[in-house]
Design a protein around this ligand. Structure first.
Ligand SMILES: C[S@@+](CC[C@H](N)C(=O)[O-])C[C@H]1O[C@@H](n2cnc3c(N)ncnc32)[C@H](O)[C@@H]1O
Length: 199
């Protein structure tokens, strides 16, 4: 192992439960765009275990060197070199039929969340699938005390960030042509939400 690579312990814990859901959510998909791929641990693991997919990781510029290094070291043939994508900037052109993103919506500002859904709505064809992993609120309430504490920490660090409420996200997704398909409860009070592009 190369300890110099960026590393997330949480990714090691959550990658298998995420894979379990994506096995069915992405069963009929072929090309995945990942937003905010971070350390690349999800990209490496999910692409390896979903070999029918071509996986395209992306992230902001400051994450690209570490992400590229992990993919060079650990990636297989179905995992592409990462591409620069800041959701608030013009998006490169992708031919994909699925989008995956983990632990990003609560890090971004709300305008960037809007950019994310607008961008996903543009890149996905009809029947395309968006899968989003992370913590969410429901009807203004947190799903656990630990998520409430996490949200407070996020907002203290960056007032523009914070755990999003699914009730706020659903209409934003709908405006981008995305209809909520599934909401899976995953360990540690996280969710895996999937949307389908319906128009
Ligand atoms: C907490 S990390 C999650 C990384 C990885 N997906 C994971 O689950 O470990 C948050 C990610 O959101 C990404 N992100 C934040 N703002 C973004 C933006 N404007 N455009 C694209 N990605 C963004 C960061 O670059 C970072 O990769």
């Amino acid at each position: 192992m190369n300890d110099d690579l960026p590393y997330s312990e949480a990714c090691e814990r959550n990658k298998a439960p995420i894979l379990d859901v994506l096995r069915s959510a992405f069963a009929a998909r072929a090309r995945v765009l990942e937003l905010g791929a971070g350390t690349g641990q999800h990209a490496v693991y999910l692409a390896r275990n979903l070999p029918h997919l071509q996986w395209q990781p992306t992230d902001q510029s400051q994450y690209l060197p570490g992400l590229a290094a992990r993919i060079r070291r650990d990636g297989g043939a179905n995992l592409a070199a990462p591409v620069l994508l800041d959701v608030a900037q013009p998006w490169p052109v992708f031919e994909v039929d699925a989008v995956y993103t983990a632990n990003t919506l609560h890090i971004m500002s709300w305008p960037q969340v809007l950019d994310t859904f607008r961008g996903v709505g543009r890149v996905l064809p009809p029947r395309g699938v968006l899968a989003v992993y992370g913590p969410f609120r429901y009807g203004g309430s947190h799903t656990s005390p630990s998520n409430r504490d996490f949200d407070a920490m996020l907002r203290e660090r960056d007032p523009a960030s914070g755990i999003r409420d699914l009730d706020d996200v659903i209409p934003v997704a709908a405006a981008a042509g995305l209809e909520l398909l599934d909401d899976h409860a995953l360990p540690a009070n996280n969710r895996l939400l999937s949307w389908e592009k319906v128009r």
